[in-house]
Write a protein of this length. Structure first.
Length: 139
């Protein structure tokens, strides 16, 4: 069995946003040489997310509005976490909702998606460098 590890780095200039990382993950898969196995894609920061969904701008705007209603950034004083000097209590909650990682089957050397599925990096406390781990195992 083969094992491959790669880190992808992101630094969004805004507090939040979504980045389609499907092509970058597919590049990792090609570099791994794995034809059959599993691909884990994991946000390595507690205010960022990795998830699978459709690459449709309206859906992304819906996510942003929905998440802001669930856990609004303001007032920052509403979050006990922010008493530590942080201002990102909302970002931790948004990450919890959107998820930490995804696992995608690898079949015949390709990411084995359903219709319209793409992999996204979700940022909820940006303006600093963060990483995503891609770990591929298989044959």
């Amino acid at each position: 069995m083969r094992s491959y590890r790669q880190e992808l780095w992101f630094e969004l200039p805004t507090r939040g946003g979504f980045v389609n990382i499907t092509d970058r993950v597919a590049d990792c898969l090609r570099a791994s040489g794995v034809r059959e196995g599993l691909c884990l894609v994991n946000a390595m920061h507690i205010t960022a997310s990795v998830f699978i969904n459709d690459d449709e701008p309206g859906l992304h705007q819906d996510y942003e509005q929905w998440l802001e209603r669930l856990a609004p950034h303001q007032p920052v004083s509403a979050y006990r976490h922010n008493r530590t000097g942080e201002d990102n209590g909302d970002a931790h909650l948004k990450r919890q909702v959107m998820g930490r990682e995804v696992v995608v089957a690898v079949t015949e050397g390709r990411l084995d998606f359903g219709p319209w599925e793409q992999i996204f990096y979700g940022e909820f406390d940006g303006r600093r460098r963060k990483r995503v781990l891609v770990k591929i195992i298989g044959e």
